[in-house]
Design a protein around this ligand. Sequence first.
Ligand code: AR6
Length: 171
Amino acid sequence: MKLVLVEGDITEQRVDAIVNAANSSLMGGGGVDGAIHRRGGPEILEECRALRASRYGRGLPVGAAVATTAGRLPAQWVIHTVGPVYSRSEDRSHLLASCYRESLHVADSLGASTVAFPAVSTGIYRWPMADAARIALAAIRQAGSSVTEVRFVLFSPAAYAEFEQALGDMG
Ligand code: AR6
């Protein structure tokens, strides 16, 4: 599997699937979630509503992932995952790692071979970037997925630098 880091906007990526840092409601929000629904159009929300009415009546659990269409985006699918809110008093790393593992599992089941991820939980959910990068890269490496390219799309030079450092530290 090829691991690629880019600085940019995830909604512009030409990959099979992009991952959304959603919340359990699947009804949209700010950050990446807002951008994906805005640029992808109403079809994505329609499918999210259908998921809430069927498999996920109580919402998508933290650490889980589910796919919908990508609507008008260049990608074919959006894989929605729900990151944990960062906590200083409780270690929720396993939930953050689970977001990456489960998203790749969904990608495998779709037959997606190229997948773009944002830095889940590092915005509104306040996870420190360096720690999130380390957890994300380790989880992807350990996932044993058939995806051929995982692209991390970092929204700022600072985020890109943290991921670059974490990738270097992994050797
Ligand atoms: N492309 C790539 N990365 C982005 C983009 C973009 N277009 N926009 C923001 N980022 P966040 P979270 C970065 O807040 O922390 C929503 O309201 C951003 O700089 O999107 O998991 C959901 O509905 C940050 O580094 O997600 C949830 O309620 C990273 O993406 C909640 O926010 C993640 O930031 C989820 O919070």
